[in-house]
Design a protein around this ligand. Structure first.
Ligand code: DUC
Ligand code: ZN
Ligand code: ZN
Length: 495
């Protein structure tokens, strides 16, 4: 019998802390061994892959993915199912996604949305997956279910400060943070001031300004900065409760987050490729085309992109996720064009479904940009998400005997295929990508999930249903929950 299932030799491994030439042996879906380069080339294995000098990284971990959710973000519903979204993930080197189990405003339970999300995903995914609970009805009864959620491997939840279907008041936010703290559950916060944006939207509409570009006008930076600051202040009242501010786009918000981190508050932050590669000028495309870039918060300007890159380099941003939330452009029933009517040929920006696809392009775009060191690239796209969401070191690492054999082998420089992003070459169900025509410098050549090659030279070879639900533990990043245990309670903080 062969000693190993798979050996990858002649590669250069990159982790969040190191770059080095190592061969990798895989057995039973786990990393079994790392050994000096070429030392395993002659060892028996069921399969061997010559990395030909290319980089090998841990599989991508994308913890912000919307799939098969009800209508919540404008008029429209997602074009991707768990099947197509997770297929797109592996084609872009992502081996684990964490999606949302959305609670509707009227729902009297958190466990039911979780059961429904399981039903949709079970047997349908190409990559491993987990769930965050999206909490929109935070009654005491509902929040008393957090302990059950945690036991089921759901150790994070998301709340919103905007969207009619989801927006919480400040007192509700405090209740969520308080309960989440007791159960060591991480709270993700979508920080935009919903009341202000509703008012601005009404002002724009009164002036008959309906085109897609006014989406950005209705959601100015100040609105994100204010809500970010409010979220930080509210969380400071619930001592040591960690929060994660998701999809940050704005320099002022970034600055406020950095300030809180410097003061020792357990504030984490996420950004996304749309705030590094798109700007609000994209929303200004002729006619209705700008709708292809409508997401929230909206892309800002070039100067903001520089601040966001800087925030990745200096550690303000803990993770970089896709916020994959695709709506087809030409679909006039449930896509972007659902808001076009006879009277409004450029649609109505308030109804354009908010969201863009990105789970497949996230790693190639950021890997290629040359703006952060490769170790930082691995840290923010794989290792830190795994640590923050309780997946580490099973995911996001290459620890022999411990980590799942989830890996990406990139192309060696002399074997690069055509690397211009084209929607027709992507694997989601969406009819466009906002990154059409961008040339990237590399792309995952092989994606390996628990020792199985699932993406091989531009071909999906994995099987639907191979993806497994991953029960998550609590966050280990910065020892956040240890601090909560050691430094006392909510009541002590008030006194
Ligand atoms: N932002 C988006 O663009 N889409 C989904 C939800 C969100 O917060
Ligand atoms: Zn959000
Ligand atoms: Zn989102």
């Amino acid at each position: 019998m062969e000693a190993f299932d798979l050996i990858i030799y002649n590669g250069v491994c990159i982790t969040a802390s190191d770059v080095g030439a190592y061969d990798i042996a895989i057995k039973g879906g786990k990393i079994a061994l790392l050994a000096p380069s070429e030392s395993l080339a002659a060892v028996d294995a069921l399969r061997k892959i010559d990395a030909e000098g290319a980089y090998v990284t841990p599989g991508g971990v994308d913890c912000h993915v919307h799939l098969q959710e009800p209508v919540m973000f404008g008029k429209g519903s997602s074009s991707d199912t768990f099947e197509t979204g997770s297929r797109s993930a592996i084609a872009g080197g992502c081996t684990t996604i964490v999606c949302f189990a959305p609670q509707q405003k009227h729902e009297p339970s958190l466990l039911r949305p979780l059961a429904e999300a399981h039903e949709k995903a079970q047997g349908n995914t190409y990559c491993d997956y987990g769930f965050h609970l999206l909490v929109s009805n935070p009654t005491e009864t509902n929040l008393s279910e957090l302990g059950r959620l945690k036991a089921e491997g759901v150790t994070s939840l998301k709340i919103y400060m905007t969207y009619e279907a989801l927006q919480l008041r400040d007192d509700q936010i405090l209740s969520v943070l308080h309960h989440a703290r007791d159960h060591h559950i991480l709270t993700m916060i979508h920080a935009e001031n919903g009341d202000v944006l509703n008012w601005l939207t009404a002002q724009l509409e009164a002036r008959k300004l309906f085109a897609p570009k006014y989406h950005a006008t209705s959601r100015p930076s100040a609105l994100e900065a204010e809500a970010t600051n409010r979220a930080i202040v509210l969380s400071s009242l619930i001592a040591n409760t960690p929060i994660l501010l998701v999809h940050i786009s704005d320099p002022e918000a970034t600055h406020r987050i950095r300030q809180a981190q410097t003061a020792g508050q357990p504030v984490f932050a996420e950004t996304c490729p749309q705030y590094l590669f798109l700007t609000r000028k994209d929303l200004d495309a002729p006619g209705f085309e700008g709708a292809k870039y409508v997401c929230s918060p909206p892309p800002r300007d070039e100067a903001s992109q520089d601040v966001i890159w800087e925030g990745l380099r200096n550690g303000t941003f803990t993770i970089l996720s896709s916020d994959h939330c695709p709506f087809s452009y030409n679909d006039s029933e449930k896509g972007k064009k659902a808001c076009i009517t006879h009277e409004r040929p450029v649609g109505e920006f308030r109804h354009i479904p908010n969201g863009i696809p990105g789970v497949e392009t996230r790693l190639p775009l950021v890997f290629s940009a040359n703006k952060i060191p490769l170790t930082k690239f691995v840290e923010v796209t794989s290792t830190n998400p795994a640590k923050l969401y309780g997946l580490y070191p099973k995911k996001g690492a290459m620890m022999p005997g411990v980590s799942d054999a989830d890996l990406v082998i990139w192309y060696p420089d002399d074997k690069l295929p055509d690397l211009t992003i084209r929607n027709e070459a992507l694997h989601h169900a969406n009819d466009y990508t906002p990154y059409e025509g961008i040339r990237v410098k590399n792309w995952p050549r092989y994606t390996i999930l628990r020792g199985e090659v699932v993406w091989d030279n531009r071909e999906i070879v994995g099987k639907k249903g191979y993806g497994q639900f991953v029960k998550r533990e609590t966050a280990v990043l910065n020892n956040v929950w240890k601090v909560v245990e050691e430094q006392g309670s909510f009541d002590a903080a008030l006194l």
